[in-house]
Ligand binder design. Structure first.
Ligand code: UD1
Ligand code: CA
Length: 462
């Protein structure tokens, strides 16, 4: 292998005790993506290949969550410390000669440029270890950096630090570049004689000094980058910073965010130019929004595709649906999974739809439930229409062909087919198929009983 080659190891075996969670720490999402996926992607983007992830606590779920990242997994059966964790990767990297980038699974904000700068410093200084450090007003919880000018002497964990050492504000970010295979040979000499009884990776600095090898440090300009997520407060802080970055990138790419601070956009979401997004909007998962859309306050859109010029009015919820060009949704509409709206559609207030395929320019403007329905083009669904699609056991389909006009207050008892260009009279309960161009009406004829109220008064007459 060439000297330029860089591999990476991401430590993700710890249980994250301080999270007080049933789930492993690296599984907690930040802007819709598992915490542990971020350092993996940063390492890749910095040119590291292969990337190995050390898993232990809740390993099955962690592997499942990171399966799509194209990484290899190494088991650390017992969590004996960060040094022991890296040593678990010795076997899979035994033939690797080059720079080994080490990241912790709980630092999601690292930028690839920083990792590249770290590995370049390692190369130009011909160091055995290069440590990423940062200065914090409050260094509590982090390992302290003991220096002599440019030379790094040691990293002291907070629990092992003297009072003087605790006053040091330069801390270990937990990100390193090591020379391999030197690092593995040296890790065998770690001891666990410390306050936590763990094999600290940080002790490798002391060992390197004893061997007289070069140890360097790179100080981060922006300490936010190495924020370690150890508890829920730091999780929220990381999400806030990540959200800021995501939203800023959308703004630079031509998306208007009326109030970026209250706009939640997952890392995986794509948005076209000239789209305007109002406060309190949440865009989740694999959502893709086209150009020139307008998303009004409080709407939540998950795993959906909106074409161009779609207008989503306030407080609508859209899940796993496809919405065609020039459609208007809401206010307060609920699109449950499986809808395909072909374009120019209107789904109005208090309309719930599920598994509906709706042709061009068809509308359901008010107070309606449509489920398991195939609706043609230019169909008007009147207010209060209900598809009765479920008999308690099975679901049935309602098919409404092109240009049908459905009067208000209609129920379709599925399975049923309404032929093209027919009209369904208001208040009908439709149980049989309707042929094309027909009028279907099923309500009972009205009867007026004259003087009935006089004979049945609610209150006694005075
Ligand atoms: C570590 C560093 C500390 C640094 C801080 C930066 C050590 C001893 N300390 O402390 O100097 O300032 O990170 O955020 O390295 N892990 C394993 N197996 C284990 C133990 C941990 O895989 O046996 C993993 C964890 O899942 C986590 C990472 O290593 O992703 C760091 O462990 P954590 O317990 O969070 O270390 P810190 O106390 O934060
Ligand atoms: Ca940590």
């Amino acid at each position: 292998m060439s000297e330029e080659s860089m591999a990476a190891v991401v430590l993700a075996a710890g249980c994250g005790t301080r999270m007080k969670s049933e789930r492993a720490k690296v599984l907690h999402p930040v802007c819709g993506t598992a915490l542990g996926a971020y350092p993996v992607r940063a390492a890749r983007a910095a040119g590291a290949e292969p990337v190995w992830v050390v898993v232990g606590h809740d390993a099955e779920h962690v592997q499942e969550a990171l399966a799509a990242e194209g990484v290899g997994f190494v088991r650390q059966e017992q969590q004996l410390g960060t040094g022991h964790a890296l040593l678990c990767a010795e076997k899979v990297l035994q033939n690797f000669h080059g720079s080994l980038l080490l990241l912790c699974g709980d630092t999601p904000l690292l930028r690839p440029e920083t990792l590249i700068a770290l590995s370049e410093l390692q190369r130009t200084e011909q160091a055995a270890v290069t440590v990423l450090t940062m200065r914090l007003a409050d260094p509590t919880g982090y390992g302290r950096i003991i220096r002599d000018g440019r030379d790094l002497l040691a990293i002291v964990e907070e629990k092992d630090a003297s009072e003087n050492e605790r006053r040091i504000t330069e801390v270990n970010a937990g990100i390193y570049v090591f020379e391999a295979p030197w690092v593995f040979e040296t890790l065998h000499h770690l001891s666990n004689a410390n306050a936590q009884g763990e094999y600290y990776l940080t002790d490798i600095v002391r060992l390197a000094r004893e061997q007289g090898t070069v140890v360097r440090a790179l100080e981060l300009a922006d300490p936010d980058e190495a924020l370690g997520v150890n508890n829920r407060a730091q999780l929220a802080e990381a999400a806030r910073i990540m959200q800021g970055r995501i939203n800023y990138a959308h703004q630079l790419a031509g998306v208007t965010l009326i109030d970026p601070v209250s706009t939640h956009i997952d890392a995986s979401v794509r948005i076209g130019t000239d789209t305007v997004i109002h406060p309190g909007v949440h865009l989740w998962g694999k959502t893709k929004i086209g150009a020139s859309c307008l998303i009004e306050p409080g709407s939540v859109i998950r795993d959906s595709r909106l074409a161009e010029r779609v207008h989503v009015k306030a407080h609508s919820v859209i899940e796993e649906s496809e919405i065609g060009t020039d459609s208007v949704i809401g206010p307060m509409a609920h699109l449950r999974p499986g809808n395909v709206l072909r374009g120019g559609n209107k789904i109005g207030n208090f309309v719930e739809i599920k598994k509906v395929d709706m042709g061009l320019h068809s509308k359901a403007s008010h107070l309606t439930y449509l489920g398991d329905a195939e609706i043609g083009a230019d169909v008007n669904i009147g207010c209060g229409t209900i598809t009765c699609n479920y008999d308690g056991v099975n679901k049935y389909k309602t098919i409404i062909e092109d240009e049908v006009f459905v009067g208000s207050g209609t129920q379709f008892v599925a399975p049923v087919r309404i032929g093209r260009d027919s009209l369904v009279g208001a208040g009908s309960t439709i149980v049989h198929d309707v042929p094309p161009e027909a009028l279907a009406i099923s309500r009972v004829e009205q009867k007026n009983v004259e003087g009935w109220r006089l004979r049945h008064p609610l209150k006694k007459k005075e």
